[in-house]
Design a protein around this ligand. Structure first.
Ligand SMILES: [Zn+2]
Length: 715
């Protein structure tokens, strides 16, 4: 029976797992091994034949094949070569490149090129260029400067993608598509042009049905903003004072949807023209919140993310944040991205770009340490990646990314990490199918809600309060508990988790409150912190006492909410949390327990001895309100207490800086051990194991080298 690529992925519907009977990629292209027992992963490279003399293509393909690479991703920035003038399509060069790659059994993911429109296009159609948040039109010359709603840009983006699809639908080399490139990134994440304003007005008319409804929802009576025609509604550009919060939140939603509908146009065409190919797009995920990725990836086959840990390191240093965030921050931030990527579609995800050397545009990021690229590769696979594309093959000697190092240096010699990457590919191929298809075990969920993130960005309440920072901190606090974490949305089912964390759940809708209520009633443990349930989905403050719709579940009301500046606050712990006092960072919700038990109190000022942390037994479950913005070790200690209370037990104890993930299938179990530190580490194993890389038995204490990795099968 013929099973299309998409049907296969859907029917496999994976939960990372058990349903897979044959290697994922055996269903895709003629070059992939069709029989069980061989490599199920995509292990490729991002390649630019458009930037490489044709005389070198054969050498490149041969070297890739010799290194065991399975595939390339190409052409996502080659619009000007593929359509040098409007309607004049030139694919001969790309066809020749594909022929060379196919000769060496290198499969191809084709990128549609809409992230970088060519100069002829912006000269003919200057209004496709986006307008930024200050009302200034950007200029062509970089990338990601186009407006997602502009009809001309959409028509021409779809036209080049359609021509590509028609030209390569039957190419034996092609296995799938990447639409556009990094839609979440750009110097201006929102466009405010006249096209977007008109689109926003139409979208609002469809959403609200009537102006009366819209005026009511936004509270436009404030500052005389009552609208009598949808055409009067502005976009949130500078206007002497802050915009209406309801309007601003709807504009975030509209711009996010505009990007998703831009992508959908190309997706629909690709489904029709190339039904045998997979389709995805690549992005940088959390804590970046510019586009709701749950919507963006809804109809794509799987999630693809780009991973540049060293680039993050460089940015943190530039911002002076690196020392305050600590050594665990970057490994945790990567793990958060990976868990988000896996959780978005509850399927394996692909790393479309993986850092292989110094990376940057005007400055270099640090050189990865020996073993780190191997570690990052295993970390992705440990969290559920079904493949890794290393970015990039060679290193450009021209253009804005001359500093972005590839597997080959500028002089085409092998980079310091070349051999490490080839060895990693060889190892990953030898792991076998079973461990890779076994589901990732997660008893814990962390909620990431775009509405709360956007609403809080519009009105943070405290200059330092960022939703993304809170999510990252809480992820970092849960991580030392060494339990798998799914990063879910507020509409996702909670029943499968022993404990659900929802930091700064600022916007809570009635259906979300009901979901949380029944989860706790049925025995779940729900942990929230300050600013819980403050806002409606129209970004109005709720009329009831806080925490609004969740007062009954939490068993408390909020007596006062206190942003913290120079007058510091601390928390004294009691009962199950007893221990050294904790620091309270930037916020304190002062709680009035109704039926809840007090587990922590504030220590100073007018709220000394008032409740800071409460625990409420509700139905068969428990609801925890952490009113204080706990920092660092005290947050981790509190979180660990609650995960234990929820019955979450780590498979083993690991030292700081050592991460592990668990895969389980039936009564079989595997553990990925990942040492993110530059020192050797010892880990005490909870039984007898076999190392899938060295093939040696492991028991008792096992040693991890600096940046070392072990994949252990329980025996
Ligand atoms: Zn626009």
């Amino acid at each position: 029976m013929f099973v299309s690529r998409r049907e296969f992925l859907t029917s496999a519907s994976m939960a990372l797992g058990a349903a897979w009977r044959s290697p994922l990629w055996s269903e895709v292209g003629p070059n992939m091994p069709p029989h069980p027992g061989e490599n199920p992963l995509l292990l490729g490279v991002d390649y630019y034949p458009d930037q490489t003399p044709e005389a070198l293509w054969e050498e490149d393909a041969r070297m890739m094949a010799e290194g065991g690479l399975t595939n390339v991703r190409i052409a996502e920035f080659a619009w000007a070569l593929m359509e040098p003038e409007e309607g004049n399509y030139q694919f001969d060069w790309l066809r020749r490149a594909l022929d060379v790659l196919h000769k060496y059994k290198i499969a191809v993911i084709l990128g549609t090129p809409s992230a970088a429109p060519p100069p002829w296009l912006t000269v003919h159609y200057p209004d496709i260029v986006e307008v930024n948040e200050r009302g200034e039109r950007l200029r062509p010359g970089g990338r990601r400067f186009s407006c997602p709603t502009n009809a001309t840009y959409r028509r021409l983006s779809l036209a080049i993608a359609t021509q590509m699809a028609g030209a390569f639908r039957d190419s034996p080399a092609v296995i799938g598509w990447q639409i556009d490139n990094e839609l979440t990134l750009g110097s201006s994440p929102r466009c405010y042009c006249d096209f977007c304003r008109a689109g926003f007005q139409s979208w609002l008319a469809a959403k609200y049905g009537s102006l009366e409804n819209l005026n009511q929802s936004w509270g436009t009576v404030f500052w005389s903003q009552h609208y009598t025609d949808f055409a009067q509604i502005p976009v949130p550009l500078p206007s002497g004072a802050d915009p209406n919060p309801g309007l601003a939140l709807d504009y975030d939603r509209y711009q996010s949807l505009a990007n998703a509908s831009f992508l959908e146009e190309q997706l629909r065409m690709l489904r029709q023209t190339c039904p045998q190919h997979f389709v995805t797009t690549n992005n940088v995920g959390l804590p970046l919140d510019t586009i709701d990725l749950r919507t963006l990836y809804q109809n794509l086959d799987f999630v693809a993310f780009d991973n540049y840990p060293g680039f993050v390191d460089m940015l943190l240093e530039q911002r002076g944040q690196a020392s305050s965030l600590g050594a665990d921050f970057i490994p945790n931030a990567i793990a958060l991205q990976h868990d988000f990527g896996r959780s978005l579609k509850k399927k394996p995800f692909l790393i479309m770009e993986e850092q292989v050397g110094k990376a940057g545009q005007s400055t270099f990021s640090p050189q990865p340490e020996k073993g780190q690229i191997r570690l990052w590769s295993y970390q992705a696979v440990a969290h559920g990646a079904m493949g890794i594309n290393y970015f990039r093959w060679d290193t450009a000697t021209f253009g804005a990314e001359q500093y972005w190092h590839g597997m080959l240096n500028h002089d085409r010699s092998k980079s310091p990490a070349f051999d490490e990457i080839i060895q990693t590919i060889k190892e990953l191929k030898s792991l076998g199918r079973e461990v890779l298809y076994a589901p990732y075990v997660a008893d814990v969920a962390l909620v990431f809600d775009y509405d709360s993130s956007w609403a809080l960005k519009i009105q943070p309440g405290h200059y330092a309060l960022r939703y993304g920072n809170q999510i990252t901190s809480w992820y970092g606090a849960i991580s030392p508990a060494h339990t798998g974490i799914d990063v879910i949305g507020p509409a996702d089912d909670l029943e499968n988790y022993k404990i659900v964390f929802a930091p700064v759940a600022y916007v809570i809708t009635e259906p979300q409150a009901q979901k949380i209520r029944s989860y706790v009633e049925n025995g779940g443990v729900f942990v929230a912190n300050f600013r819980l349930g403050v806002k409606t989905e129209s970004s109005q403050i709720v009329h009831n006492s806080l925490p609004g719709l969740l007062r009954d579940v939490m068993g408390v009301t909020v007596a006062d909410y206190v942003p913290i500046y120079s007058l510091k606050q601390a928390v004294k712990f009691s009962s199950i949390l007893a221990g050294a006092d904790g620091e309270c960072g930037i916020w304190a919700d002062v709680l009035n327990p109704q039926q809840a038990e007090v587990l922590g109190t504030y220590t100073s000022g007018q709220y000394a001895s008032r409740a800071a942390i409460t625990l409420h037994s509700f139905g068969k479950g428990k609801a925890v309100y952490v009113g204080a913005d706990l920092t660092g070790p005290s947050l981790a200690r509190v979180v660990r207490n609650f995960t234990r209370m929820a019955g979450v037990r780590p498979e083993l104890e690991a030292p700081a800086g050592v991460e592990f993930t668990v895969r389980r299938l039936g009564n079989k179990q595997w553990i990925f051990l990942l040492n993110h530190t530059p020192q050797r580490q010892m880990v005490k194993l909870p039984g007898n194991f076999r190392d899938l890389i060295s093939r040696q038995p492991e028991t008792g204490n096992t040693e991890l080298a600096a940046y070392g990795v072990r994949v252990l099968e329980a025996s």
